[in-house]
Structures are given as structure tokens and as C-alpha cells.
Design a protein around this ligand. Structure first.
Ligand code: SAH
Length: 392
């Protein structure tokens, strides 16, 4: 294996098991590695410290192991077995009413750059690093070995998640099996999952617990599900006894998916309507007296530099909803921007409430579910945050 030597003192974060080596920490290589190659990292004193995937960019090594060990099928089997055990422990595996969960959450499962979501008998695998792309067939073999007959298909979906510059010629496609059965079941509700063209791995698995909480608040309410994508929150609201449910997304494809999911769960239910419209415009023009609103926008800040503008965006969006929501209304509001901290987000909602001049009580502070675990040595893995507020 090729070796990378760090500058003096730059091993500190690795000694605390943080899994990234930044380009500025590197002193020299014994031989220039290929992108995606497994390398060993040494301190300036030539002591071994980590093994990981090399990639050109600001994060140059993503650590797979703090031991000197081969990164082969056996290694991936060990990691995947632990990840599977964790999901069994959480209780998301093997329930007839829920066949949808995240099996691998990158650094949270000590596999930086890899995401695997399970939809029934299909695993959707996504590489966010060149190294995971290079290792994809080994990982697929390991996954088959660990999951056995519970998995019949492995779909690889990394067209949009890999660095463009690496020019890997990546394509989406099946690495194993090839079923066109695309229905996921989440807490008894059915969803078409578009793993071919959909966002992320085709579905937002991370809102499962928050959707369940929403169900408990829905009875008798007029619900607005803003940024609905596949309509996830809408069907929980309908099951919870909502009076009406309006789903809004600026993408016509998302609205088509939502309507297809209505047909699966509540065919011809007159309570549901879907609108392909921009959120800000819809909130400005709406006249329906909503008393339960969900705001689950895409990440407004993808990088630290965008933080200030993102916070303004969250404030403006939430202000509009808070101005219009009925007295006694409930707002479920989220941010999935990793760079926006819990405190940042709460301040944005504080600003929105002050500007809307509404009395707001925080009822719940929400976060990502247990199948999206956070590696304690990698706090950057915390990304989803939400508040449920009561608006007087
Ligand atoms: N709440 C969804 C996930 C939302 S993802 C769930 O539970 O699955 C964010 C969605 O916001 C995407 O579907 C995207 O099409 C939509 N979107 C992005 N910008 C928008 C805008 N300005 N107005 C309305 N929808 C928007």
C-alpha cells in the first residue's frame, strides 16, 4: 500500500479518531496514489496511524480503519455486519409494516463515503467518494454475504454524488438482481421509490420518526405539506385524521410521485390535493386556513460560506408560514443543512417568530433517526434538525 506522511502535529485529529485527513495536513507521499486507492497514513515520525481512501480535494483521505489491515471483502463484511446489528438493535429490521431503513450512514457507520438504503428486497447503494466507487463490486459481494436472501437486488446510484472532475464514467444500474418492484413500506404506508431518477436514494428515509410524530397532531386539522417530494408527511397526516391535506413542491415530478402515492394509500380520497408551485409564492398567495404546516426544504447551505444567506432563507420562509398559520396552529419545521447547527436553526425560527409577531412555544426538538447514527468522533455527521412549535 502507498504511504502518506503527515506534517508534524497534524496527527492530532486522527488520534481522536476523526476520520478525515485534509490536504493541508499532508507532508509527502512515498508514491503518488491513484484517486480512490487505499493508502496508509503515517505521522511525521513514521508511525502508522490510519488506513483510508485517497482522493484529490480538500479531504484527501477518508479513514476506513485505524488499524493496519487489508480493505477487502472481509473488511466490508465486518463493517456491514456491525451496521446490520445496529439496525436490528434499533428495531427497524424484520418488521412486516416497515421494510425501509438506512443500513449504512457513511462516517456514522465507519464507512466514510458510503450510503446504503434498504427498500424491501432492494438495497440502493450510493458512493460519495471515489474510493467507495472503486470498491463498489467488493461492497456488493460483502452485502450479499451479510444480508443473505433478505436482499435480491442491489442498485448502484452514484451518477450525481461523485466528484465530477474524477471523470469516473459512473452510471446508475443494478450490480445484482434487477427487479422493477419499487414499493417501499414505511410504518404501514406505501411509497413508490424512484431509485433510477429520484433524489437521494429515491426516498427520504430520514423523516420516518418525525412523520410518525406528525400523525399524532393531524386529527381534524388542515394540513399544508410544503416541499412534499414523495408526499411522505401527507399520508401520515391523512392516516392521523386530517380534515384536508395539501402537498406542495416546485417539481412536477415530485407532484406526480405524490399523486402516485396517494393512489397507493388513499385512492380517490377527496381530502388530498397536490400543487406544483414555488413555496414562497404559494405561502404568499394561499388563502386556506391551515393549522398544521410542514416545512422541509432542501439544504439552503451546502457550504460554510453560504451559512448567513441560508439562515436568512430559513427565517424568511418560516416567517411567511408563521404569519399565515391559524391561531392554535402547529408548525413542523426542518433544516437538513449540515453547516446549520441546532442553535443557528433555533435562532432563525426565533427571528421568524419575532418578525411575524406570533407567540411561539417549542414542543419538540427533532433530529435524524437512529438508523442515521452520528459517529461521536465526527460531529459533522449531525445534519437533520427540526422544531415542532405551537403558534398561539
Ligand atoms: N419532505 C420530503 C423531502 C423534501 S426534499 C419528504 O419527507 O420526503 C425537498 C423538496 O423541496 C424537493 O422535492 C424539491 O423539489 C423541493 N423544492 C426545492 N425548492 C423548492 C421551492 N422553492 N418551492 C417548493 N419546493 C421546492
Amino acid at each position: 500500500m502507498k504511504k502518506i506522511y503527515l506534517k508534524r502535529g497534524k496527527e492530532e485529529s486522527l488520534q481522536r479518531f476523526h476520520p478525515w485527513v485534509f490536504s493541508g495536513a499532508i507532508s509527502y507521499f512515498d508514491q503518488e496514489p491513484e484517486e480512490g486507492e487505499v493508502v496508509e497514513v503515517y505521522t511525521n515520525n513514521k508511525e502508522f496511524i490510519a488506513t483510508g481512501h485517497y482522493q484529490i480535494g480538500s479531504i484527501m483521505v477518508r479513514v476506513l480503519s485505524f488499524q493496519q489491515e487489508p480493505i477487502d471483502q472481509f473488511f466490508y463484511e465486518k463493517r456491514l455486519t456491525t451496521a446490520y446489528d445496529v439496525r436490528k438493535c434499533i428495531g427497524v429490521v424484520g418488521s412486516p409494516s416497515n421494510n425501509t431503513y438506512r443500513l449504512v450512514h457513511g462516517e456514522g457507520d465507519n464507512l466514510p463515503g458510503l450510503v446504503i438504503d434498504i427498500y424491501g428486497k432492494t438495497a440502493v447503494m450510493q458512493a460519495h467518494s471515489v474510493g467507495m466507487h472503486v470498491d463498489r463490486t467488493t461492497i456488493a459481494e460483502a452485502l450479499k454475504a451479510v444480508m443473505g436472501t433478505t436482499i435480491e437486488n442491489i442498485f448502484y446510484k452514484s451518477e450525481t454524488t461523485l466528484p465530477f472532475k474524477a471523470d469516473l464514467g459512473q452510471e446508475n444500474g443494478f450490480l445484482f438482481g434487477g427487479s422493477s418492484e419499487d414499493i417501499a413500506i414505511e410504518n404501514g404506508l406505501k411509497f413508490h421509490v424512484d431509485w433510477l431518477k429520484g433524489q437521494k436514494t429515491g426516498f427520504f428515509v430520514d423523516q420516518r420518526e418525525n412523520r410518525s410524530l406528525l400523525e399524532q397532531y393531524a386529527k381534524g386539522r388542515n394540513v399544508l405539506n410544503m416541499f412534499c417530494y414523495t408526499g411522505g408527511f401527507s399520508f401520515y397526516a391523512m392516516r392521523g385524521g386530517a380534515k384536508l391535506v395539501h402537498s406542495v413542491d416546485s417539481s412536477q415530478k415530485a407532484i406526480d410521485l405524490t399523486n402516485a402515492n396517494v393512489a397507493l394509500n388513499y385512492p380517490n380520497d377527496p381530502r388530498h390535493k397536490a400543487f406544483a408551485e414555488d413555496a414562497f409564492k404559494f405561502l404568499d398567495n394561499m388563502s386556506t386556513p391551515y393549522d398544521l404546516i410542514i416545512l422541509d426544504p432542501p439544504a439552503f447551505a451546502k457550504h460554510k460560506d453560504a451559512l448567513r444567506n441560508a439562515l436568512k432563507g430559513y427565517s424568511r420562509l418560516n416567517q411567511k408560514a408563521l404569519e399565515k398559520i391559524q391561531p392554535g396552529g402547529i408548525l413542523f419545521t426542518f433544516s437538513c443543512s449540515q453547516v446549520v447547527t441546532k442553535d443557528n436553526f433555533r435562532t432563525a425560527i426565533f427571528t421568524a417568530a419575532a418578525q411575524a409577531k406570533r407567540n411561539v412555544r417549542i414542543l419538540h426538538q427533532l433530529h435524524q433517526p437512529a438508523d442515521h447514527p452520528i459517529n461521536i468522533f465526527h460531529p459533522e455527521g449531525e445534519y437533520l434538525k427540526g422544531l415542532v412549535v405551537y403558534v398561539e
